[in-house]
Structures are given as structure tokens and as C-alpha cells.
Design a binder for this molecule. Structure first.
Ligand SMILES: *Cc1c(COP(=O)(O)O)cnc(C)c1O
Length: 384
């Protein structure tokens, strides 16, 4: 069956999947095995050792490639392990231009780990093409884009970044965790690598940590597969199974995340105690036109600032929420609230944080798929 021809909402279920060859099981078995019997040395059924390959992981990788409109996917033990593999394509002396409003863990691995190995990272506001171009030189090898950004929901023009990458012969990697392929497929827009923390929307149920990379170029896929196997940060078969199961409902969950996201964003925007709401679906959002062009909807991630913009007020609000759970992470069926300055972005120095707008008063919501009326009642009581 030519599964590529299916619409996205069917590819989440069928993309790259076939009934299991042994007994026709509709979901792939969870192959709890480290090794595989060989008939003679080198004669086997395609699997030798589970760090290199595992059939449950292969099924997940086929699904990931399909929903991201790519040719090859690789699954990793976490989103961070996937990022780690991308940077290991580089060597000392190489330079990277990255989004400045970035997932805290990504900033940490760039600045605290790989900088020590002689790779230089420039953190740049990517809404400004001139600023990006100014940091490109003959050592530059990679553009690292996260969009929408975390936690300020800026939207970066992937097509424009792809043109820049092509002009300077750079790789373009896009962290697509916040949007998910339901909203945005960067390979279709010219990116070379799509990275996911599948821990978030792809898994969708806050029950697994996993990461992935999807690419089109076979040589690039082989280089990344070499790193995946050599470094060994692979997910186990149970984790691969959980993410594969999550992906099958991605489209229905995302539809509700988007509806609830809009309801909550509009509620916050009209609330007298709220100073600012960051959500790309507003026409007044500075990157709304780019968001409309490259995303199919605007998602359920929202940040906001109370009119006091103080640490005390933000802590009081997030601590009094009852339907929203105060927790790190995002993208699960349940609504979560976070305080970036003390939680996800605590590893970024305060001056740097505040310069990009991540103030002590900023609150981030991952709007879940509950009844939006309950979410609005909860926010109403927490803000009063
Ligand atoms: C969570 C997250 C990561 C890291 O992924 P893990 O699965 O936690 O290792 C990277 N980027 C973004 C945008 C994230 O939200």
C-alpha cells in the first residue's frame, strides 16, 4: 500500500506500519531482547543486537519518518540524546548559530558541554535575519532553530532559514517539539533535520521519555545512525511502543489542544489582571503571519505575565491552580503550568534570561485536552 498518499490524520495510524509478520498482530510486539539468533555468522533476519536495531524501535522509526514527511528516522533515549547526536556531526572549531529563546536543556548541552569540546555557539534572535547572517562565517556548519520558541512563543520563519542555510551550505536543524508534525513539518519547508522530544506531544501521555531525528538525505541518515549506535543512547522497546501508541491519536489530541489553547489564550487576553499573553494565534502576535503560513493551527502552548510581573505573584498563581498541575514538561493530555525562571529555564543565567524576556513573572501553560470550561474556571480562581 502506498501509505505516503494518505492524509496526515491517517498517517499517524498507518504510516510505515504493517501487521506483524509472525502472527498478524496489529500492533508490533514489544521485542524484549538484546540479541538475535544467527544461522551462520552474518546470516540473520536483519537484527543482530538491540543497540543497533530492535524491531519495535524500527516500527516507531518508520512511523516517525512518515508523519514528518522524511525518508529516515532515528529514535533516541531522550530528546537530549537526539540533540547530542546532531552536535556530534560537528568537530572542534565548528560554529553553530542557534535560536536565543531556547529550551533550557538545549542551551545547557550547547553552552556547558559542547562548548568545552571546541564548538562555538551563537545565540541569536532569529526573527532578525541580519543578526543571523552576521554570525555566519566559514566555520559555521549548523543552524539550530526552535519554533515556536520556549517559553516566549516566537515563530521563526523556517523557509527563510532554509534559504540562508542553502546559500551558506549549512545544515538546518529544527526542534519541532512544540508544534508537532500535526501543525508543522519542517522537512517540507526545506530543513535538513527535524528533532523531537517525543516525551511531549508525540508520546502525549506523560508516561515516557524519548527523542527522535528525521531526515531525508541518506548519507546524513547514515552518519547519524553511526552516532546512534556508537554512542548508544537508544530507547528500550517498551518506550518505543508507548510512543508509537501515542502517535496513533496525535491528530485528535492536537485538534483539542488547539481548540483549548485558543479558548485559554482568549480568556487570558481579556482578563484585567493580565499584562501580556504570548500565543502565535493572536493577530497582534509579531510573527502571526509567519505562523499562519507555516503552521496548520496555533497549538496549546501559552505564556503570560500577571500585571505585577513579580516572582511572588507568579509563584502564588501556579501554586493555587487545581486542574492545571504544577510540573515541568508539556504536551500531555493533562494541563500543566510551569514557572520557567525557576524550573525549565533555571540553568540559563538570570541576566541572559531577562534579556530575552523570560522574567520572574512569566508563567507557561501546556493546555491539555480536558473540558476548556474547567480550565478557565481554574485560572479564574487562581488569578483572583
Ligand atoms: C523537552 C524538550 C527537549 C528535551 O527533550 P527530553 O525528552 O526531555 O530529553 C528539547 N526541546 C524541547 C523544545 C523540549 O520541550
Amino acid at each position: 500500500m502506498a501509505k505516503k498518499k494518505l492524509y496526515f490524520n491517517s498517517r499517524t495510524i498507518h504510516g510505515g506500519q504493517q501487521p506483524d509478520k509472525a502472527y498478524g498482530s496489529v500492533m508490533p510486539p514489544v521485542y524484549f531482547t538484546s540479541t538475535y539468533a544467527q544461522e551462520k555468522p552474518g546470516t540473520h533476519l536483519g537484527y543482530e543486537y538491540s543497540r543497533s536495531h530492535n524491531p519495535t524501535r524500527s516500527a516507531l522509526e518508520a512511523s516517525l519518518a512518515n508523519i514528518e514527511s522524511g525518508a529516515h528516522a532515528l529514535a533516541f533515549a531522550s530528546g537530549m540524546a537526539a540533540i547530542d547526536a546532531v552536535i556530534k556531526l560537528l568537530k572542534p572549531g565548528d560554529e553553530v548559530v542557534s535560536t536565543n529563546d531556547l529550551y533550557g536543556g538545549t542551551y545547557r548541552i550547547f553552552d556547558k558541554m559542547f562548548a568545552a569540546y571546541g564548538i562555538t555557539f551563537h545565540f541569536v534572535p532569529m526573527g532578525d535575519m541580519g543578526a543571523v547572517e552576521k554570525h555566519i562565517n566559514t566555520n559555521t556548519k549548523l543552524l539550530w532553530v526552535e519554533t515556536p520558541t520556549n517559553p516566549l512563543m516566537q515563530v521563526i520563519d523556517i523557509k527563510a532559514m532554509a534559504a540562508l542555510a542553502e546559500a551558506h551550505k549549512l545544515l538546518l536543524a529544527v526542534d519541532n517539539t512544540f508544534a508537532s508534525p500535526y501543525l508543522q513539518r519542517p522537512l517540507e519547508l526545506g530543513a535538513d533535520i527535524v528533532m523531537h522530544s517525543a516525551t511531549k506531544y508525540l508520546g502525549g501521555h506523560s508516561d515516557v521519555v524519548l527523542g527522535s531525528l528525521v531526515v531525508n538525505d541518506t548519507d546524513l541518515a547514515n552518519r547519524l545512525a553511526f552516532i546512534q549506535n556508537a554512542s548508544g543512547a537508544v530507547p528500550g522497546p517498551m518506550d518505543a511502543f508507548l510512543v508509537l501508541r501515542g502517535i496513533k491519536t496525535l491528530h485528535v489530541r492536537m485538534q483539542r489542544h488547539c481548540e483549548n489553547g485558543r479558548a485559554v489564550a482568549e480568556f487570558l487576553a481579556q482578563h484585567p489582571n493580565i499584562q501580556k499573553v504570548y500565543w502565535p494565534g493572536f493577530e497582534t502576535h509579531p510573527n502571526h503571519e509567519v505562523a499562519k503560513a507555516q503552521m496548520d493551527d496555533f497549538g496549546g502552548m501559552i505564556s503570560f505575565v500577571h500585571k505585577d510581573n513579580s516572582l511572588e505573584k507568579a509563584v502564588a498563581i501556579v501554586s493555587s491552580l487545581q486542574v492545571f498541575t504544577l510540573a515541568e514538561s508539556l504536551g500531555g493530555v493533562e494541563s500543566l503550568a510551569g514557572h520557567p525562571a525557576s524550573m525549565t529555564h533555571a540553568s540559563i543565567p538570570k541576566e541572559k534570561r531577562e534579556k530575552t524576556g523570560v522574567t520572574d513573572g512569566l508563567i507557561r501553560l501546556s493546555v491539555g485536552i480536558e473540558d476548556s470550561k474547567d480550565l478557565i474556571v481554574d485560572l479564574t480562581q487562581a488569578l483572583s
